[in-house]
Write a protein of this length. Sequence first.
Length: 205
Amino acid sequence: MASEDFRQTAMVGPSLPFDLSKDSLRRTALDARKAFASTLDDGHKAILERKLAEHLTSLCAHSSVVAGYAPMGSEISPMLAMEEARAVGRIVAFPAFSDPAKPFRFLAGDPAEPGPFGFLQPKRRAPVVEPDLIFVPLIAVDAKGTRLGRGKGHYDRALGRLKKTGAKLIGVGWSMQRLDTIIPTDPWDIPLHGFASPDGVEEFS
């Protein structure tokens, strides 16, 4: 079910390969995301990320602990929304590994130091928190909320328990990352509750 802000016609996904295996979709969607991001100058990118922040901020109204991510490469940034969430009294958190072989935890604080796998995370002495709203990066997402990530399973391992305890999982991306095709699923995939982009928020039934 889509919100009024969400405009289906604004989403133009990548041209899909004949082989719709998960790995093939991942490669195609990642290449498409990189190509799209490369067309954005700094001003246009800033406008789109401000629009995204407006939609994400509206989701924070009923949350106390909001988790986000430090963007990498061609990912859209949720950092404006995270700053606004903190400004209105929310605890903000980011994923952090204490052991690369174990699921990450969410730590309160800013992503200030390098972690494994190339992303920034809060300092290890930061307190562990349990988010009730989580902004999740992705390569692509479909109408069922199936998320296509980087294939390492880090988010699936971390989010399964939090979803069971009531956390709301919102995928975040550029509008073109929402696919019309159905992404193949594995037993360990954790479906998202919704997808937020500069065009709005779509809630999955």
